[in-house]
Design a protein. Structure first.
Length: 587
């Protein structure tokens, strides 16, 4: 294949370098070519972001005959260095809150749930330390990563206890008295100050590196190459840092995206320009994106959301409307969307809501008197995932079991993912993925949200990154809610706007006007409202029919098509029937 000048410059470089690569810019190809042009006797380590990337990269290096390249993840490297040389036993998941209360003998006065709240913060403090480059727990101030005011007040009150119990937890793991976590052996690896036997170390997805692994990387004597995208840092909640900013290496850029066309590139750049509202210096070179992709495929369709809650709500809406959809797929397995990280099930929260304590399996939820107590716990621990489960229960209540059962019946396994008619995913779970057509759920932050927010710049920066990552998953076209579109952005054939003027708003206008009709207000008729919302009653044209047909074939829901055209759901369904789209396309 023909390489770009940017790729050639990277391959011909010497010494430590960092590569800021936009989404879909062929960074893996560049890294492979970089490795291929190093001396044949060189020992090269390629650090992949996760296991699936590791497997894929191993195949690609092997296919090029690069058997001198060892592919590892940070955790697989640390596991070999620490766990395989010890008598440690590793847990498959982190300790649950109630387990920590029992293991550490946490007893607290006052509220019944105080011990559980302390345990929750102990778990988070331990994760914060294990992902940091600090030598001791005491070197960190855990309050720096607590953002909610109620949680801050609670942690301040119990800080000595939280810090002590965090140290006790880590000590028990260090002595092998209890099973160790994946975070723990990575931290142990960093603290051992390892010197790795490689001439070159290629660190991929560097924008989401933990400070612990970054410390290991920087201490190596090898030639170091770190590659990533400054604007794809989305794991700050796991204490990741943008290592590209921390690496004082010569900078190279990959600005041409082979994934999508220039229309998508312009959208992505305009989203990134929102960072001007954060009063921080923005690397303008890192914002430059040139889209050279030309895909017209429409086979793989995906709906992407910011949150689990937003995604589940859209999935429920989707399958309710499209009963003929037989096969769907959730990135990361559908079950992962019905559990919080601490293992709490959506069904446990539902049983608490219904007062069915005898059916609750989770020990933490079982201690709760009611939903008010659970929400108080969430406020003081910043357990946002548990908070999402609460919101789903509030919205759907006793319908949840049937809804989840329907979703699971239609869900295909990972090895049959290509059979899915639609793919659902949050941004975090689709990292590194790409699809032909993408529809965004409107739970991302908007430019107005950025301007009005009182959150710190780092958090807002990551929210912008999440929208950027979602928008750049497409190979062909994207459907984006109107409120998420950058100001003055012009719609193009590849970028479809999901408008907000829904049929519900038209109906609401009629009701409101009727209620307000009095001596103070002018009397309005339904015809007046029809004129105000003229788009809802415009005749269908050949152009509109063609647009409707494309959206129908791309799997857009009736509700979202109604938003887009400013018409009622009934009008959309009637037009679909009139055009015989179900009979012709069978979707």
């Amino acid at each position: 294949m023909e390489l770009t000048q940017e790729q050639v410059d990277i391959i011909n470089s010497t010494g430590n370098i960092k590569i800021n690569a936009v989404a879909g810019s062929g960074k893996t190809t560049t890294i492979i070519e970089y490795a291929r042009t190093r001396p044949a006797e060189s020992k090269i380590l390629y650090l992949a972001f996760n296991k699936s990337v590791k497997i894929d990269a191993s195949k690609k290096f092997a296919s090029k005959g690069l058997h001198n390249v060892k592919v590892e993840t940070a955790h697989s490297l640390a596991h070999r260095w620490i766990v395989q040389r010890s008598n440690y036993n590793v847990r498959s998941q982190d300790y649950r809150t109630y387990e920590l209360v029992e293991l550490l003998g946490i007893i607290a006065p006052g509220e019944k749930l105080t011990a559980y709240m302390i345990a929750n913060h102990v778990s988070r403090f331990a994760a914060y330390f294990c992902n940091s480059d600090a030598q001791k727990v005491q070197d960190l101030n855990y309050l720096e990563v607590v953002t909610d005011s109620k949680a801050d007040k609670f942690v301040t009150q119990y800080y000595p206890t939280i810090e002590l119990k965090t140290r006790q937890l880590l000590a028990k793991m260090d002595k092998a008295e209890i099973e160790i976590t994946h975070d723990f052996y990575l931290k142990k690896f960093q603290l051992s100050n390892p010197q790795l036997p490689y001439d070159y170390i290629l660190f991929d997805e560097g924008q989401d590196a933990s400070p612990a692994m970054l410390d290991v990387f920087f201490r190596q004597n090898a030639v170091k190459v770190i590659v990533g995208d400054t604007h794809q840092q989305i794991y700050g909640w796991r204490y990741a840092v943008n290592s590209l900013a921390k690496a004082d290496f010569k900078t190279f850029y990959l600005t041409r995206s082979f994934r999508f066309c220039n229309e998508i590139a312009l959208l992505a750049m305009d989203i990134l320009k929102w960072k001007k509202h954060l009063n921080e210096d923005v690397d303008q070179k890192a914002i430059k994106i040139i889209g050279v992709g030309n895909s017209s495929e429409n086979k793989v369709k995906a709906i992407l959301a910011r949150t689990n809650l937003g995604l589940l709500l859209k999935a429920i809406e989707y399958i309710s409307e499209k009963e003929n959809i037989k096969q769907i797929y959730f990135e990361g397995n559908i079950s992962s969307y019905t559990y919080a990280d601490n293992g709490t099930s959506l069904y446990d929260v539902l049983n608490l809501s219904n007062g069915k304590h005898n059916l609750i399996k989770d020990k933490l939820i079982k201690t709760m008197r009611d939903m008010d107590e659970l929400e108080e716990y969430i406020d003081k621990t910043e357990d946002r995932q548990l908070g999402m489960l609460v919101e789903i229960v509030k919205d759907y209540g006793d319908e949840i079991p049937e809804i989840i059962n329907t979703l699971k019946q239609k869900h295909v396994e990972k090895d049959e993912k290509e059979k899915a008619e639609i793919i659902f995913s949050t941004v975090h779970r689709c990292k590194g993925m790409e699809y032909d057509t993408v529809q965004l759920v409107p739970d991302f932050i908007s430019e107005k949200g950025i301007i009005d927010s009182s959150s710190d710049a780092a958090k807002l920066n990551e929210e912008i990154n999440l929208l950027y990552v979602a928008a750049t998953r497409t190979r062909n076209s994207i459907y984006i809610p109107e409120k998420l579109l950058p100001e003055n952005f012009i719609c193009t054939p590849k970028i479809h706007i999901l408008k907000e003027n829904t049929d519900e708003k038209v109906a609401q206008s009629v009701v409101e006007l009727a209620q307000l009709a009095s001596d103070t207000y002018k009397s309005y008729t339904v015809e007046d409202v029809r004129k105000k919302h003229a788009d809802a009653y415009m005749p269908w044209t050949i152009k509109l029919d063609d647009e409707l047909t494309v959206m129908y074939c791309e799997g857009i829901s009736v509700k979202d098509m109604a938003k887009h055209f400013g018409r009622t759901k009934g009008a959309i369904e009637s037009r679909i029937k009139k055009l015989e789209l179900k009979d012709i396309y069978g979707v």
